[in-house]
Design a protein around this ligand. Structure first.
Ligand SMILES: Nc1ncnc2c1ncn2[C@@H]1O[C@H](COP(=O)(O)OP(=O)(O)OP(=O)(O)O)[C@@H](O)[C@H]1O
Ligand SMILES: [Mg+2]
Length: 412
């Protein structure tokens, strides 16, 4: 019997924290590495858009790919969209950094300086504040200065890629939380990737976000489905989930009995974030190695209380009372997905009267729709949380809008 040392707890629950064992993602990583090598070899390559629910490990994968790209010598831009988008503000500082790394002042070659001028046009027209871009004005008049993102973003990315090519390097862009881009920004990004690809310029693109992006991208530009691969990032399979628990412990000289592992796989439904939480807390509360099923069971109520108070609760608190009631109605049905009509029926209303609240929940990234007329949670296990948080299903009574407040309500 080895007593447990909390200092050596290997598990890493949290947003974007590299797990001690990146389990079950080798195939995805390998495909991405092949694509990167193809880009470096000037071969045509699709971009990738990783799709998955909350806490499945998308950010961790993007960060890992970012690291790999840097090792391979790519010049990289790595950004995360906040709710409400702001793509120009995100990209300008990163691309500026890229251009600096290409040695702006080198006397040979024109493309880097041209790209810097275009970047400056772009920053000016989209009112992005950046430090000086030390390069003469007027070298690129008429490029990336229309104020129409769908025209200017392609101009900019083409120019940066041409500059990279002139220096014999390639550009890699990593974009997290893609679902938060506005539809115009997403369309511009797609057009830009498309135009860069058509010119066979050296760029690797990897995005990640909630699964609704596939439909959003398709709606923005119909060719988006051919422009990107859409690898799904989801629950781990049982052997990967076991490895995610067992390998890090073993490296610290700690064993888990099979009963303990199976119980954690069952409780977490093999979702990576929950695996880290259970691993972490069970480690801290178990008396000694090997960790047993009973240790898992004893720790579980505390873990659920911890998740409720933190992970689930921060999301719940960002919702209006009507949005909360909608989700509570969904939870009554289970984990989903459900027909939108079924949910309305649970709430005792017509689907049309909850269409707005449903759309707001999609915009906030709380639910998504795989097929027309379907709705599902984006946060795994959220249905069970909703039932703990709001034990009774109340009748849904949408407030009548008075003419004066019309349009002002529910803007959050
Ligand atoms: N393959 C994996 N094996 C084990 N643990 C993982 C794996 N991938 C991610 N994790 C763990 O899962 C948690 C969530 O990871 P991450 O933040 O990357 O998820 P996400 O998909 O970006 O979530 P969100 O949609 O909320 O941004 C982290 O604690 C991370 O260590
Ligand atoms: Mg993330």
């Amino acid at each position: 019997m080895t007593p447990m040392d909390r200092r050596k707890n290997p598990y890493a629950p949290g947003a974007g924290l590299q797990p001690p064992e990146l389990a079950g993602r080798n195939k995805l990583l390998e495909e991405a590495m092949i694509d990167m090598d193809r880009v470096l070899d000037a071969r045509p390559t699709k971009g990738m858009m990783m799709l998955g629910l909350r806490g499945v490990g998308k950010t961790v994968l993007l960060n890992r790919l970012h690291g790999i790209a840097e090792e391979k010598g790519f010049r990289t831009a790595n950004v995360e969209a906040p709710e409400g988008g702001m793509l120009p503000q995100l990209l300008v500082p990163e691309l500026r950094q890229v251009l600096y790394s290409l040695d702006l002042k080198a006397s040979t070659g024109q493309m880097v300086r041209r790209a810097a001028s275009i970047l400056r046009n772009f920053a000016a027209v989209f009112k992005v504040k950046v430090g000086d871009i030390e390069i003469g004005v007027g070298e690129a008049a008429g490029k990336a200065d229309t104020g129409n993102l769908e025209q200017d973003l392609p101009d900019l990315l083409i120019a940066v890629c041409e500059a990279a090519k002139e220096r014999n390097v390639a550009l890699a862009i990593f974009l997290d939380e893609v679902q938060y881009l506005s539809s115009g920004e997403l369309a511009s990004l797609i057009v830009a990737c498309h135009e860069v690809a058509q010119r066979n310029l050296p760029m690797f693109f990897a995005g990640a976000g909630l699964p609704q992006i596939a439909a959003l991208a398709g709606n923005a530009k119909s060719y988006a489905e051919r422009l990107f691969n859409y690898p799904e990032v989801g629950q781990l399979d049982p052997s990967a989930a076991s490895a995610a628990l067992l390998h890090p412990a073993k490296r610290e000289g700690v064993e888990l009995e099979d009963g303990a592992v199976q119980q954690i796989l069952h409780l977490t439904e093999r979702y990576p974030y929950f695996i880290q939480e259970w691993g972490f807390h069970v480690w801290n509360s178990a008396p000694a190695s090997p960790i047993k099923r009973i240790d898992v069971n004893e720790a579980t109520p505390g873990i659920i209380a911890h998740l409720d108070a933190n992970f689930f609760r921060v999301r719940f608190d960002r919702l209006t009372p009507l949005q909360q009631k909608y989700l509570r109605g969904m939870a009554e049905l289970g984990a989903g997905p459900f027909q939108t009509g079924e949910i309305a029926a649970k709430l005792g209303v017509e689907p049309a009267s909850v269409a707005t609240v449903r759309q707001q929940l999609i915009n906030k990234g709380m639910v998504w729709s795989q097929r027309h007329g379907e709705t599902a949670f984006t946060v795994p296990l959220f249905d069970e949380f909703m039932k703990r948080q709001m034990p009774t299903l109340e009748k849904y009574v949408p407030k009548k809008r008075s003419p004066r407040t019309k349009g002002k309500r529910d803007k959050r």
